[in-house]
Design a protein around this ligand. Structure first.
Ligand SMILES: NC(=O)c1ccc[n+]([C@@H]2O[C@H](COP(=O)([O-])OP(=O)(O)OC[C@H]3O[C@@H](n4cnc5c(N)ncnc54)[C@H](OP(=O)(O)O)[C@@H]3O)[C@@H](O)[C@H]2O)c1
Length: 240
């Protein structure tokens, strides 16, 4: 338990797997009530059950963050049940075709819809709940693809766009004690793009639990302190 976080409410998108699941587990172990968002209900239910079995408090909220109607419905339900939201982790994301010519219009719309528009939809729909927390924290999960050009056009464009959105949220939130951080993680051991889990050395792929621990430190930091952005890498991943 972390007295600083006990009984706070966190909404986490993409909470049924990978980094989002690790964040939900970590925050719940610190006494946060986690509201877990993802599309697939069965995996979401299993992730929440595992948190409850460990003594944590979890609510499942099936929702596609790229669907405005679903986001509005989920946000209304969060508001009805919890009123205030102290922590929002915009983590849901999907990979995209790697090259320009492999990317068709549908790929573009889907990836921008989830990885960028979905962050705006959820943050905007929960804004009043964030305002009602005395001090709230928004964490936006980008990736190192959001720090340099090249790579997948749709994925990189969404993550670059997220930098602009994070600036806008930080600006809008400042006078209301809403902090916002964008994180640019490198490779994480989540099975991304079908990579085998647990087979690469930790110096080449990060344990998502370690990244989750870093996020917990951010959201439990004093309210007058903010990390605007941070690049997180396994030691052997090229930084420059
Ligand atoms: N893994 C890496 O190496 C890496 C590196 C840099 C950045 N990142 C970023 O880190 C974040 C998490 O990645 P991860 O590796 O943990 O991914 P992951 O293991 O594939 O998990 C993705 C999660 O997002 C959910 N999700 C996907 N689309 C969604 C939608 N439209 N609405 C709601 N939930 C949705 C998934 O559940 P459903 O499919 O059931 O919805 C799942 O819970 C992403 O933003 C990714 O871009 C990852």
């Amino acid at each position: 338990m972390d007295s600083n976080l006990t009984d706070k409410v966190a909404v986490i998108s993409g909470a049924s797997h990978g980094l989002g699941q690790a964040v939900a587990q970590d925050l719940a172990a610190r006494g946060v009530h986690v509201v877990m968002i993802a599309r697939g209900q069965e995996r979401l239910r299993q992730a929440a059950d595992s948190i409850r079995e460990s003594g944590g408090a979890a609510t499942v909220m099936p929702c596609d963050v790229s669907d405005v109607a679903q986001v509005r419905k989920a946000a209304a339900e969060v508001q009805r049940r919890f009123d205030a939201v102290h922590i929002l982790v915009n983590n849901a994301g999907i990979p995209a075709p790697r090259s320009f010519v492999e990317t068709d219009f549908n790929d573009w719309d889907t990836v921008i819809g989830i990885n960028l528009s979905g962050v705006f939809y959820l943050t905007r729909a929960l804004w009043d709940c964030l305002l009602r927390a005395d001090s709230a924290y928004v964490i936006n999960i980008s990736g190192t693809a959001g720090t340099r050009g090249g790579g997948s056009p749709a994925y990189g464009s969404a993550k670059f766009g997220l930098t602009g959105l994070n600036h806008a949220v930080a600006l809008a939130g400042k006078e209301h004690n809403i902090r916002s951080t964008i994180l640019y993680p490198g490779g994480m051991d989540t099975g991304w793009r079908g990579a085998p889990i647990g087979e690469m050395p930790r110096s080449e792929t990060m344990d998502p639990a370690e990244v989750a621990r870093f996020i917990a430190q951010l959201v439990s930091s004093p309210p007058e302190f903010v990390v605007n952005e941070a690049v997180l890498n396994p030691l052997d991943q090229p930084y420059m």
